[in-house]
Design a protein around this ligand. Structure first.
Ligand code: NDP
Length: 254
């Protein structure tokens, strides 16, 4: 595989499972030093060891990105270890489904905290370093990839607050793109359809049996590696090319 990211460093949130873990492996295989950020330290350390065994460079950083200080510290640890930050992948997310009527508002707070506030915290902390990399690094470009969802394009009953967060991610991404793109920080959104990960498992058994399990049983969904491939595509374009939006769907999902 072409090592197009040699000499760069990437921070991936939600790297302890699913799409984030696959993205970390993919970017590391292409030569990036990767900072792995999530709450489950054991998972991060196992992944970091795997990446290093494969010849890559990885740093496990335990952090809850809903806490602004922890998100900031994660970025600072990345800079301390790797000296620069070229790529931020805002991937950490939570999907708690169900009707608005009778919902536990605490579930909404948790989703808004991770999917929106967490993304804002890491972006705010990382942006000065990304702008610096776009000026000073040999690549002369830096990247933010925000993992949104098909749920950032289409709303469905029972997905209300998840839809709210992902529509919000899309709006914020495009606004930030316009703010910094001429300084060569590329900002893009990647919207996956169904991917085989732990995402749906955080719902109640009733929600899972009614809303998510039938979908996953009836649809040939994507693998996390399919999304990692999309992230790698976005961050390895020539300097003059910015992928503002990438919508990756299972062929089987209408
Ligand atoms: P997973 O549940 O496998 O991964 C979610 C990741 O987010 C975990 O690594 C988790 O780590 C991390 N995370 C959750 N809360 C926090 C927090 N407070 N601080 C830091 N990290 C946190 O699901 P996916 O891989 O599927 O999800 C990744 C992204 O992809 C999400 O944004 C999701 O919305 C999006 N997506 C997924 C789709 C799918 O079908 N799977 C479809 C469309 C979009 P830990 O628990 O260790 O903190």
């Amino acid at each position: 595989m072409t090592a197009k990211l040699t000499g760069t460093s990437a921070l991936i949130t939600g790297a302890s499972s699913g799409i984030g873990a696959a993205t970390a492996r993919e970017l590391a295989a292409r030569g990036a030093s990767v900072a792995l950020v999530a709450r489950r330290r054991d998972r991060l350390e196992t992944l970091a060891a795997d990446i290093e065994n494969d010849g890559g460079t990885a740093l496990a950083i335990e952090a809850d990105i809903t806490d602004r200080a922890q998100a900031q510290a994660a970025v600072e640890k990345t800079i301390e270890r790797f000296g620069q930050l070229d790529i931020l992948v805002n991937n950490a997310g939570l999907m708690l489904l169900g009707p608005v009527l009778g919902a536990d508002p605490e579930d909404w707070t948790r989703m808004i905290s991770v999917n929106l506030q967490g993304l804002l915290h890491t972006t705010h902390a990382a942006l000065p370093h990304l702008l610096k990399a776009a000026e000073d690094s040999p690549r002369q470009v830096a990247d933010i990839v925000n993992i949104s969802s098909i749920a950032g394009r289409v709303a469905w009953g029972g997905y209300g607050v998840y839809n709210l967060t992902k529509f919000g991610v899309n709006g914020f991404t495009e606004s930030l793109r316009q703010e910094v793109t001429r300084r060569h920080v590329r900002v893009g959104v990647l919207e996956p359809g169904g991917v085989d990960t732990e995402l749906a498992s955080h719902n109640t058994p009733e929600i899972q049996s009614g809303m998510t399990t039938p979908f996953y049983e009836q649809t040939e969904v994507l693998a996390p590696a399919d999304i990692a491939d999309g992230v790698a595509y976005m961050v390895t374009r020539p300097r003059h090319t910015s992928i503002a939006e990438l919508w990756i769907m299972p062929t089987d999902q209408a």
